[in-house]
Design a protein. Sequence first.
Length: 382
Amino acid sequence: MKSRLPLHGSNLLRTPITSLLVLLLAGAASLCAQERGIPAEKRAAIEKAVSSFMSANSVPGIAAAVVLDGEPLWSAGFGMADLEDYTPAASSTLFRLGSISKPITAVAILQLNERGKLDLDAPVQKYCPAFPKKDWPITTRELLGHLGGIRHYNPDGKGDVPDDSARHFSSTEESLQIFANDPLVARPGTKFNYSTYGYTLLGCVLEGAASEKYVDYVKENIFRPAGMEQTQADNFFAVIPHRTRFYHKDKAGVVQNAGVLDSSYKIPGGGLISSADDMAHFEAAILADKLLQHATRDLMWTSQKTADGKLTSYGLGWGVVEKFGVHILAHTGGQQGTSTAFAVVPDRRAGVVVLANMDGVHSGQLADEVLKIVLDLKDKTP
């Protein structure tokens, strides 16, 4: 891995950064996009939780949002989107989503199924002939649930895009070349094997079924109807307004610029950027059945099973969990310069979003804390 260059004055970032961030929290209310509907004491509790998380992990910037009663009711930015230029983070700041791109892709795939353009149980080659046939057929349903036998990143990095690589992939078909000729890790349907490459293959399936590029389809069929005005592919070379800088903390605790990442090879599974505001609108659109029929949404949020009947705790693009006494649909994400989490509680018509501009921190823990505050949930399940 190429060494990461420290920021100017990086020695100052070991502890004083946390004090700076806490001071910035005092002005966070001015960065809120929406504050109606959240009592002041709960807003204060959320801000305290965010402050503690940022201080404990030296996170430069975070954006968070809350959905209540099916509507985005509160959002805010905390800390810095750019440490070098002292640019504050806002609820409209664009962060890398990482793997919370996957639920968006799942919704798009299921839309095509509803419209009769995609059979979830047909071999993927029906829509993506560029992917070679394997010893057993692989279906779109299996790929959505990480049951397709497609490998994830190799532990030693061999055969994957190297760290700190700016190699740009011009098409989904080109991205398939990374893993298309590799053997399956298991017979499809028999083993849960989380795979971002499986979602790259789903991107090819979507393009074949929709007869248009993945980014064009999701823009018109997901982002526009949901009101996600800023969400887009994370184009490494493009100048994108309001995109955060991305950070990493080394073993000595020094905050540095994160390594280079061109995510063009994995847009459907980890290559989108979005804001807390936009992701709250996505949650609200899902809760209101604006993007999928209610029955399809329930299918998407039902845990899949392996061939021997074991539940995987993962539906079609979403994690499925019982926690704090409620049924939660959620996902987390992490890659160079980002750690993300979002969760939806359909029975309460509620959701949370947490986006951080540092890799290697557990944004899911903060999302849990915010969810508990908003919905008055307890740690122990009754």
